[in-house]
Ligand binder design. Structure first.
Ligand code: AR6
Length: 173
């Protein structure tokens, strides 16, 4: 399937583009978002502010994606996407899938060949890990991308790694 899963920190990935689990404001937060802005430096936030002043005056809706510089990160671009907040009141998995699909579309437009993803929505936004892994693997494996050759999930801890390992095995099996 051309999908890699690794244990690690998204900010350390030597890929063309890393995906950020952002929020609609695009102006930073905790978790992955905090780590990316901290390690990438102020250039990322400056570009996010420019987006808010121009094309994204109302922010970025859940399920969509937009790119900025990666500042001082090893990557060249950060692709910001906004995961849905998990709720049992309605099924928002199409929005979670859309984060991966749209991020890959933006990566393709940029000419990125290697892309690293965090597990979107599984932290502050509360999505159960096993279900998030199933949705993520399905979305990425079903998305045809002409120039993106490496699609890597970067798992921060061993429960996340185990969830993605079994979701990938099920999808391949
Ligand atoms: N590298 C890889 N994975 C990480 C890292 C890292 N450096 N740090 C945390 N994780 P979250 P969300 C894992 O909360 O649920 C922010 O405040 C973490 O263990 O970053 O989409 C934004 O501004 C978890 O499993 O993203 C939004 O307001 C996963 O990444 C909100 O959080 C995602 O956790 C977005 O929440």
């Amino acid at each position: 399937m051309g999908i890699e899963i690794v244990r690690g920190d998204i900010t350390a990935q030597e890929v063309d583009a890393v995906v950020n689990a952002a929020n609609s404001s695009l102006l930073g937060g905790g978790g992955v978002d905090g780590a990316i802005h901290r390690r990438g430096g102020p250039g990322i936030l400056a570009e996010c502010r420019r987006l808010r002043d121009s094309s994204h005056r109302d922010g970025l809706p859940a399920g969509q994606a937009v790119a900025t510089t990666a500042g001082e990160l090893p990557a060249r671009w950060v692709i910001h996407t906004v995961g849905p907040v998990y709720t049992t009141a309605e099924d928002r998995s199409h929005l979670l899938a859309s984060c991966y699909v749209e991020s890959l579309r933006v990566a393709g437009e940029l000419g990125a060949e290697t892309v690293a993803f965090p597990t979107i929505s599984t932290g502050a936004y509360g999505w159960p890990l096993d279900d998030a892994a199933r949705v993520a693997i399905a979305a990425v494996s079903e998305t045809a991308t002409s120039n993106v050759t490496t699609r890597r999930f970067v798992l921060f801890d061993s429960p996340a790694y185990a969830a993605f390992e079994s979701a990938l095995a099920r999808a391949e099996g």
